[in-house]
Design a protein around this ligand. Structure first.
Ligand code: NAD
Length: 472
């Protein structure tokens, strides 16, 4: 639960020793705090030819209060920024040995690649990041916008847009110092649905999310009215496994965003569940999610007011190699981690308990993406969560319900504290940020997917893994 190495190398003596010995120096990640501004500082903006997103982005960045400065590749930016009454200017690169730039370090680098139609048009992509990466602050953000390859009109455009994945993932590995790098594909017509996602990726809320590719689709319906400071106000959220660990943090973050939380956990964890729910003014329901009667009982318990957000977080491990794994260990992991979710969703959807415009979020794992020795049952269940999200998404579109999954990597919890030291240390360090994530990192990612503004994101899996090498 406590990363002693990270604390040590960020002390004055430890920092000197680490640098003398050439040891990795993971940055202390900047995380969201309600008492600090969420968005501040400068964003350098670059663009490829015919940028299609800049107009929408100018309005969104103006609303964050940040200052966007234009790289020479984004000449249009200054007039767009002025139209939105935003402070702006030309980006001044840091030139080593020539005194500092008059601009502070950049909080974020944002590149609009949406108009790139051919790989021969990549020069501005290189020029922007070549000029700007050194200006990016510790824990800065890289965000690239493109078009989903499958929505491209020509195969050349498809190729160029797909190539952006390799680019943004490489910058995540190269930048270090707590910097994250992500690619957002925006379907034509979905530009206005991008704001919640842009905010998430610019914010300290996404501290442990890097190397990710997110697709935003257009939707035919209007978004509900919401307040950016309390986006989940008036919404009810069901969180399973809420007594402790990641589940308790999800309850906490969703409540802070305004949701009324109903937490579920096994009867033997009732005391811890009551404690967690009291802290968030929520309701505790002591149910074993795998019990056959639970789906109907849950639907009945929620029936009067329905539910808007369902987070399937409860999960267990029973690790053994397949030759040593009993049938009971196999079945209980599949049942709790996967089949119970299916039964609960079916019951809530059939009874109409999950309301129109709702959100379902499953908790998968990078084990479900990469597989893991000794975890065939767990990895099967977590890969199944991904399949379920992808398979269910089209069937829920008519109710405006989205279904997505998060796939955590190494998160500092009681579960990972039990891993033997050497394996634990390897798990912690084998990612671009050289450290484990915290439960709140998973919780914040779930809150973004639960956001009313995330209506264009469905059927997707977002890893919360610091760009782990596992399953990369
Ligand atoms: P945890 O063991 O600390 O918490 C899990 C909670 O689920 C517990 O409160 C437990 O009582 C509850 N639960 C278990 N079985 C239940 C059942 N049948 N009915 C109701 N509640 C039940 O685990 P965590 O680390 O907080 O993990 C939360 C989720 O995140 C799990 O799905 C886990 O697989 C996933 N995950 C965790 C990590 C990590 O590094 N910790 C990584 C990837 C995925």
């Amino acid at each position: 639960m406590n990363d002693a190495y990270l604390n040590f190398v960020n002390s004055p003596f430890g920092a000197r020793l680490a640098s003398a010995l050439g040891l990795p120096k993971p940055a202390v990640l900047r995380r969201y705090r309600a008492d600090r501004p969420e968005f501040e500082g400068w964003i350098a903006v670059g663009a490829g030819p015919q940028p299609r997103m800049l107009e929408a982005l100018a309005g969104m960045i103006a609303r964050t209060g940040m200052t966007g400065v234009a790289h020479e590749s984004a000449g249009l930016w200054i007039s767009l920024a002025q139209r939105h009454a935003m402070m702006t200017g030309r980006f001044e690169p840091v030139v080593s040995g020539a005194g500092g730039s008059t601009q502070g370090r950049m909080s974020a680098l944002l590149f609009d690649a949406s108009g790139i139609e051919d790989v021969t048009q990549f020069d501005t992509l290189h020029a922007f990041f070549h000029d700007a990466l050194r200006s990016l602050d510790t824990c800065g953000r890289i965000v690239v916008f493109g078009r989903p390859p499958e929505a491209c009109a020509t195969t050349r455009q498809w190729t160029a847009q797909r190539a952006l994945e390799g680019f943004t993932r490489s910058l995540g590995k190269e930048a270090r110092r707590g910097v994250t790098s992500s690619l957002i594909y925006v379907t034509p017509g979905a530009e206005a649905l991008t704001e919640a996602t842009l905010r998430f990726f610019l914010s300290p809320r996404s501290a442990y999310v890097s190397g990710q590719v997110v697709r935003i689709d257009a939707v035919a319906h209007a978004l509900p009215v919401f307040d950016w400071t309390q986006p989940l106000a008036g919404r009810r959220a069901l969180v399973t496994g809420a007594a402790r660990g990641i589940g308790a943090s999800i309850a906490d973050v969703l409540a802070a965003e305004g949701a009324q939380v109903i937490g579920v956990d096994i009867p033997s964890a009732k005391e811890a569940l009551d404690h967690t729910m009291r802290a968030v003014n929520g309701t505790a329901l002591a149910f074993d999610i795998a019990a056959p009667e639970t789906p109907a009982q849950l639907a009945a318990a929620l029936d009067e007011n329905g539910i808007d957000i369902v987070v399937h977080n409860a999960g267990i491990t029973k690790d053994r190699t397949i030759a040593k794994m009993t049938g009971a260990a196999w079945r209980s992991v599949i049942d709790i981690n996967l089949a119970a979710q299916e039964r609960i969703d079916d019951a809530l959807l059939e009874a109409g308990t999950l309301r129109h415009g709702g959100r379902i979020i499953g908790v998968s794992s990078i084990s479900g993406i990469a597989g893991n020795a000794g975890q065939s049952n767990y990895a099967t269940s977590k890969a199944g969560v991904i399949g379920r999200v992808q398979g269910m998404a089209p069937h829920l579109l008519d109710r405006h319900i989205t279904i997505n999954a998060v796939a955590p990597g190494f998160i500092e919890t009681q579960m990972t504290a039990k891993i033997p030291l050497a394996i634990r240390e390897a798990g912690r360090r084998m990612n671009s940020l050289s450290q484990g994530g915290l439960p709140v990192d998973v919780a914040q990612t779930i809150a973004w997917l639960a956001h009313p503004g995330s209506a264009g994101i469905t059927g997707q899996v977002v890893r919360v893994c610091g760009q782990s090498l596992i399953g990369a």
